[in-house]
Write a protein that binds this ligand. Structure first.
Ligand code: FAD
Length: 242
């Protein structure tokens, strides 16, 4: 069987659908005091200038931020999915199957701008660039081991072995695809853990892996565009998820 093995450092995260507005946050909060009258809050522009969203964020009243959804298409290596799927609350996932389809020979290898060397101890690492030589050797080793693994995968398939067994050769830098849907509260929880910000910007600074941090940056952009007042309040209150 002829095939071309591919290596990339591209991670794709794309907003493919959403139903989200700052007004829905205000309406959901106001129903407690206005009942049916809260429907008026859903008309465009009512969230502006109320200060209510800031109040909710500051006091961590989180449920009004749940009446919306964002759907992302994600194409990324499996080790990114493993971290992503740890976020249990408010996320729905559907992922490509290694049992039902043959996996493409596409593998992630970090690009030259990704930090390669870690210093410190668990929970307190810093990452720095490696030397050019370290980078070249790392790329060569990964390319070689992925080629061996994928070739063994195909040999198994040709030998009549089931896809779910053949895939056991494959490393976690092979690509997968998924749809991931969540609400703004889950987004804030995700961003608070999967983005790195200094102490003056984040009350609880995190030190996420570069690849999921990249994905979180794209999600942040979509969130800021769809719910700008909520996003501003999240940033102002030092990126604490309500
Ligand atoms: C820098 C970093 C390093 C990490 N290192 C490791 C590691 O070494 N090993 C490892 O296993 N994981 C690790 N993780 C993953 C981490 O433990 C969480 O699984 C992940 O960040 C998801 O967070 P979460 O549970 O808050 O999210 P979600 O599952 O989406 O939960 C959101 C919130 O809901 C509430 N909640 C959810 N489930 C429960 C529950 N069962 N009981 C009570 N409240 C609940 C909590 O308030 C929680 O914060 C790491 C994460 C980060 C960001």
């Amino acid at each position: 069987v002829s095939y071309e093995i591919e290596f990339t450092d591209r991670i794709r995260v794309e907003l493919v659908a959403s139903l989200a507005s700052d007004d829905s946050v205000v309406a959901a909060a106001r129903v407690s005091t206005k009942g049916i009258g809260s429907l008026d809050e859903l008309s465009q522009g009512r969230a502006e200038g109320t200060g209510l969203i800031n109040y909710l964020m500051k006091h961590r009243h989180g449920t009004p931020f749940e009446h919306n959804y964002f759907t992302f298409f994600v194409h990324a290596p499996i080790f990114v999915f493993r971290e992503w799927h740890r976020h249990r609350v408010g996320w729905s996932f559907n992922e490509e199957s290694g049992r039902y389809k043959q996996l493409e020979p596409l593998f992630y290898i970090p690009g030259p701008s990704r930090n390669l060397v870690q210093h410190g101890k668990p929970g307190d690492y810093s990452f720095e660039p490696g030397t050019e030589e370290q980078f070249e050797r790392m790329v060569q080793r990964k390319a070689a081991s992925c080629a061996v693994a994928y070739s063994a995968y195909l040999d198994d398939l040709e030998d009549g072995i089931a896809r779910e067994v053949a895939r056991m050769h494959l490393p976690v830098n092979i690509y997968s695809s998924m749809y991931a849907t969540c609400n703004a509260r889950s987004i804030m929880s995700f961003l608070s853990l999967r983005q790195q910000h200094p102490e003056d910007e984040a009350l609880f600074p995190s030190s996420p892996m570069a690849e999921i941090n990249y994905a979180a940056d794209v999600i942040e952009e979509a969130f800021a565009a769809e719910m700008p007042i909520t996003y501003d309040a999240y940033v102002r209150h030092q990126r604490v998820s309500p």
